[in-house]
Design a protein around this ligand. Structure first.
Ligand code: CMP
Length: 143
């Protein structure tokens, strides 16, 4: 079964949106297999966002993601990588459709509430970066 990495960013945590966000993915039918609050270190932020190293917003991005705790999650389900990105909406909340997480709660691109893996390669890399194997569970729903 496919897995993806999702992270409620510092703005989402400070605005008390963790419950709302978890609820949306639960109601969609995806399975939460790992979750934790953590303070992202500068080193972890720079590795996680390494592909954006040359972008002008890189330093701000690292400062922002290390500014306050995040809520990191691993979700499992059919086509969950693409479906979660649909539910998150476009990166820039100004372009995100109402009904999506960023469309409903986001205001600006640098504080866009949530991060989600964009491919199976990123999902694998990001899950391994944030979680140890023993922090993830595997189960079949029986109800
Ligand atoms: P995320 O999906 O976490 O991946 C990279 C992040 O860079 C993105 O969400 C945005 O929050 C952030 N970012 C900050 N400024 C910009 C920008 N000008 N264009 C694109 N992304 C930006």
């Amino acid at each position: 079964m496919e897995r993806t990495f999702l992270m409620v960013k510092p703005d989402g945590v400070e605005r008390s949106l963790i419950g709302e966000i978890v609820s949306r993915f639960e109601k969609k039918g995806f399975t939460l297999v790992g979750a934790k609050m953590l303070a992202v270190s500068k080193e972890l932020a720079e590795t996680h966002y390494g592909e954006h190293k040359e972008r002008p917003f890189f330093n701000n991005l690292v400062s922002f993601i290390t500014s306050s705790p995040v809520f990191a999650m691993v979700w499992e389900g059919e086509n969950v990588i693409a479906e979660a990105r649909k539910m998150m909406g476009k990166t820039n909340p100004e372009e995100a459709q109402p009904g999506t997480i960023r469309g409903d709660f986001g205001v600006i691109v640098s504080m866009n509430i949530i991060h989600g893996s964009d491919s199976s390669e990123s999902a694998k890399r990001e899950i391994e970066l944030f979680f140890k194997d023993e922090e993830l569970v595997s189960y079949e729903k029986t109800i």
